[in-house]
Design a protein around this ligand. Sequence first.
Ligand code: PMP
Length: 388
Amino acid sequence: MKRIYLDHASSMPVDPRVLKLAESYLITNYGNPSSLHSVGLDAKQAIEDARKKIADFINAENENCIIFTGSATESNNLAIRGAALRNITQGKSVVASAIEHISVLNPMKELQKNGFTFTIIPVDSTGLLDLELLAKHVTKNTTVTSVMYANNEIGTIEPIHEISNIVHEKGIYLHVDATAAAGRIPIDVQKEKIDLLTLSSNDLYGPHGAGVLYIKPGVKIQSVLLGGGQERGLRSGTENIFAIVGMGEAAHLAGKEMNTESKRLTTIRDTIIKDLLQIEDTYLTGHPTQRLPHHASVRFSGIEGESILLNMDMYGIQISTGSACSSKTLEPSHVLLAIGLKHEEAHGSMVISLGQSNTMTDVPTIKKAAKETVERLRQLSPLYQPKR
Ligand code: PMP
């Protein structure tokens, strides 16, 4: 059976061109970048080359703005805890959108346990942030506000430029988690006036095990991991050169190819959404137009996401039913609840994130599998009552 992988937001294959460039850093160029001998210096140079590629990819002011971490989760933790704790004299308040990834929400909840005020800003039914409430709740006591560039579960792209203006009017740091958006839509940290920005290697077809935190010049944060002082003292620990070199190349390729690839995926995405919405009692989740080019998400009433996922897998099709990180729990996704869905509605979601391997020829198989799956599960479901 042909495999049709539609879960790129959870994990992506490494691009063979990335692997080709990076693999020698596992086998022959294994130096420690902190060593002063030639093997170490080669490794150091490879990291600096990768840093330059990432800086170019997001139009950072210079390479020194780029700090390599081990993952997007780590970058989010460093941004939030690092900014909140370093600027504690300014105030003890943090702000985030209701649909942030758990690696943003949890560090903020932890700060709350330690005496910070944590304000969650709601979104509307399409996932767009309530800008009036944002303006109201960002105060001079806020140290950091976090709003994601685009959401990984519903695909909605936030109006980052407007959000940035609101946050900066109060002189507050804006952290943006761009894990889901990077490589799909252009990101320009200077134009959008972003202070802190998170990227993930694997979400760009790079290896797992590397992330980036962009820090605008002059923005003050403190480290979370203490040790040997690597990465300007902000992220101690010997660098994962293979993943870092891979991430640099992945970002470079994404920058070159994103435009064409995103156009190609948009066409496939639109056809899939159109096909899925033909199934009775099926609704789009997320924004109808302001959404990521590779992202299609819907909910089917009266059935469970886990059963949909397993049934689709029997057709050789891998989808997600919410965030990969929380799909181990049976709790409905906090993102779907935040857009106003009831518990039972949030349970029936299907998230499709397309990638390099997908083509238009996949679409009829996806359509047939989804239709049969939904019909079969609804016949078995005591919850499903067709609208007449
Ligand atoms: N932020 C967003 C928007 C994500 O989708 C993810 C998961 N891919 C993360 C952060 C965390 O990434 P990781 O688990 O690789 O650290």
